[in-house]
Design a protein around this ligand. Structure first.
Ligand SMILES: [Fe+2]
Length: 372
């Protein structure tokens, strides 16, 4: 029987941290994990500090998380938290920062070797983690997954443990108002991909379906804003919630072909994670339709456009693929032999399928989705 487990308390709306402070107070000593800028520029750090001061919580600020932060850095942070007697963690930022907070919380209570975190079994529960996302895409604030960089950006590895769900997440869209248009588009499309990959998935259940379809619908409602690059308060709220909802969906199903194949575009062509996934999404839906047309119809109905319109939308918001060649694609397909992650797609993904999906999505400018 399918189960649904999502222990994270979600608080949303303007000023939710100040309106619901009790979910961010879990002791007298707290470590704030964040990057250099977004927490300060967005106002999120100020709001967190105000509430911690009001409740006499002593805090340390670790504001060194970047996209170069690796597992050794996070291990050192966890050890520091243990040495300082930190009682809980607040992560403020995007997915990399929230994942760093979640992993450091494991190291803080478990004196293990760095790579032992991938055993996914720990003697002690991690410290409680409260998430304050300042981007709207990764869904790290609602999942048990943690992606860490082992050495450089091409070598990332994730783990999954039910004890790594955040304790609470505050969704205040004011913290996303300063996001550049490209980041907003990329993260929104990543969130859309999470929900679609969850719905077109062998692990999908009635519980994950409800969540995934709503996540798809909310991003679809923001399509016009994503094209224009202008976002109302309501758009920002929808995109922020859609990102967390996408996380809730994949927390139960796992990701799928789009993320597996998109990873090659990011590693080889430095295309951002969300854009890389978006470039493959339309073709993925068409490919899945051959196994289960009704569920593919559910997806495009929820987005609010047919596949041809979805492709046109993606063409307007995604970067050009003009510098991608047939040789690139053949190399990616060859490399994927060594990628042992088995996608959860409704069809078995063969090398020929990968070649077809990459080619149709990236090289075939005349691909006609009217007859899918
Ligand atoms: Fe993603």
């Amino acid at each position: 029987m399918p189960k649904y487990f999502m222990p994270t308390t979600l608080l949303s709306g303007e000023n939710c941290i100040k309106r619901h402070p009790r979910h961010i107070i879990h002791g007298k000593k707290c470590m704030i994990v964040t990057g250099k800028n977004s927490a300060r520029v967005s106002g999120a750090l100020d709001d967190v500090l105000t509430v911690l001061d009001e409740h006499n919580v002593k805090y340390y600020i670790h504001d060194k998380i970047t996209n170069k932060t690796n597992i050794a850095d996070i291990y050192a942070l966890g050890k520091k938290m243990r040495d300082e007697g930190i009682e809980y963690v607040v992560g403020i930022g995007g997915g990399t920062t929230l994942d760093a907070a979640k992993a450091a919380a494991v190291y803080a209570t478990n004196d293990i070797e760095p790579m032992d975190i991938y055993k996914e079994k720990y003697a002690n529960l991690p410290l409680r983690v409260v998430c304050v996302p300042t981007t709207a895409g990764t869904g790290s604030d609602t999942t048990q997954y943690v992606m860490l960089t082992i050495d450089d950006y091409k070598n990332k590895k994730s783990f999954s443990s039910e004890v790594c769900f955040p304790y609470a997440t505050y969704l205040d869209s004011r913290y996303t108002l300063t996001l550049p248009v490209d980041v907003t588009r990329s993260t929104a499309i990543d969130a859309l991909c999470h929900s679609v990959e969850s719905y077109l998935n062998v692990n999908a259940s009635p519980f994950s379906d409800i969540v995934a379809l709503e996540g798809i619908r909310m991003v679809g409602q923001c399509a016009g804003a994503l094209i224009k690059g202008e976002f109302t308060k309501s758009d920002r709220e929808k995109l922020l919630i859609a990102a967390s909802v996408g996380g809730m969906a994949v927390a139960h199903t796992g990701l799928n072909v789009v993320h597996k194949m998109g990873h090659q575009l990011t590693c080889d062509k430095s295309i951002s994670h969300g854009f890389a996934n978006g470039l493959l999404l339309t073709e993925f839906i068409a490919w899945c339709a051959k196994a289960d047309v009704m569920r593919a119809v559910d997806v495009i109905t929820a987005i609010g456009m047919d596949l041809s319109s979805l492709k046109k939308f993606m063409d307007k918001v995604l970067p050009s693929t003009d510098d991608i060649s047939r040789d690139d694609i053949e190399r990616w397909v060859k490399n994927s032999i060594y990628d042992d992650s088995e996608p959860n797609s409704p069809r078995k993904l063969t090398k020929e399928d990968e070649l077809e999906i990459y080619t149709n999505a990236l090289l075939n400018k005349k691909r006609n989705y009217a007859q899918w």
